[in-house]
Ligand binder design. Sequence first.
Ligand code: G6P
Ligand code: MG
Length: 220
Amino acid sequence: MIKGFIFDLDGVITDTAELHYEAWKSLADEMGWKFDRDVNDKLRGISRMDSIKVILDHNKTALEESKLEELATKKNDIYVASLDHMTPEDYLPGAKELLTHLRAEGFSVALGSASKNAIKVLQQLNANGYFDVIGDGNSVSKSKPAPDIFLYGSEKMSLQPDECIVFEDAESGIDAAKAGGFHSVGIGPEDRLGHADLRFDTMAEATLFEVKAHFKELFS
Ligand code: G6P
Ligand code: MG
């Protein structure tokens, strides 16, 4: 029986995936690194430090850890500054409606994000009230594809993983949901999220009606 939902933030609730892209692109241009949207897709769901390592691997470059941290901080400063322009109008289409619907029906709802900036993003969106539990990049040490962030959410909601549905836009996020024994909904293209239990191209199609129709035996 489904009693709870766990949402990734970036690329599910709001389009910060695009802001992350712009911030990494700006750093990459300054450093003379190759970086494009295909590489950016590999960064979905993974931590800041893992992300910079993926970018360096793509450029067949290595740097010492302290330099990596300095550059990751530089990217983060650009990203955080861009969040100042985010407003409660910046939910992805359908996200606010789904969260409102879940609240109205009394489901437990958790955030399960790898971002250390999740609190700031929720504040900008005025979204805190939709969540019973906030799991972010500060809540656990192992990031996706490890299931830890989702297990943190289910535990805090006092639910078993198979009582929860995870919403994710990242390949590593669906891997994490599966590793933890959660049901999963992928938001994005088949080639990235074909392994999710259910997939929608965008959040606009991910209504509670559709989700219940797909997982019907788990809602009765
Ligand atoms: C999310 C995004 C990733 C990002 C990670 C860490 O999971 O999908 O692209 O790298 O959070 O974000 P942060 O805000 O802590 O740098
Ligand atoms: Mg995401």
